[in-house]
Design a protein around this ligand. Structure first.
Ligand code: GRF
Length: 202
């Protein structure tokens, strides 16, 4: 299966996928990354892609007259690589109807909280501020909402009294990377169906 991975930052989730594919081989893993896209330049995620010899593309919202035109450009840049699955790994933009028309139902996202708790761009900070005793990460299919699509898998992480946002996020990311690698591999190898809010992997 062909994967396009979308990033906005350090790209450690992307790196975990790259490492897993390098370790097992694309055939055994069931997928290869064919391109990496981003919404901004100058991020480690793009450097990781370039180091792996992958094609990259950048679609910045400010380069387009409207959000819809950005969304269309992102969809077209993604479609140019003919992905079977799109993985949003720390991609910090909400995709729109054009993108979803083409890749809805086969775009997964990873979120650093136990959805439906703490959706949005500050899931780690919000869980900490709320005083949650456990939090974690969620891998889910993207729908037209914010972090609201059918859940595929979740991992639990204890919140410690001494945690600040970055310490907690780093601990979450250790679980998140493993969860994402496992889920993407299973979806690619075994296929899946989505029945309402239920994801079925045979
Ligand atoms: C991940 O925890 C992701 O869930 C969140 O931001 C982080 C991105 O990390 N949205 P990286 O860019 O994969 O290192």
């Amino acid at each position: 299966k062909r994967l396009v991975v979308l990033v906005s930052g350090s790209g450690t989730n992307l790196q975990a996928l790259l490492d897993a594919i390098a370790e097992h081989g694309a055939d055994a893993y069931g997928a290869e990354i064919v391109a990496v896209g981003a919404d901004r330049t100058g991020i480690a995620g793009l450097e990781r892609a370039e180091r792996a010899g992958l094609p990259t593309f950048v679609c910045r919202v400010k380069d387009y007259a409207s959000r819809d035109e950005w969304d269309r450009a992102l969809a077209e840049a993604t479609a140019a690589h003919a992905p079977d699955l799109v993985v949003s790994a720390g991609f910090m933009k909400i995709v729109g109807k054009e993108f979803l028309a083409r890749f809805g139902g086969r775009t997964v996202n990873t979120h650093p909280a136990l959805l439906p708790s703490f959706p949005g761009a500050h899931g780690v900070r919000d869980a900490l501020a709320y005083g949650a005793k456990v939090t974690g990460c969620t891998v889910h299919f993207v729908d037209d909402g914010v972090d609201s699509g059918p859940i595929i898998a979740q991992g639990v992480v204890d919140v410690r009294d001494e945690d600040d946002e970055s310490a907690l996020h780093e601990r979450i990311k250790e679980v998140e990377r493993r969860l994402l690698v496992e889920v993407v591999g299973r979806l690619a190898r075994d296929g899946f169906s989505i029945e309402g809010r239920k994801v079925v992997i045979p």
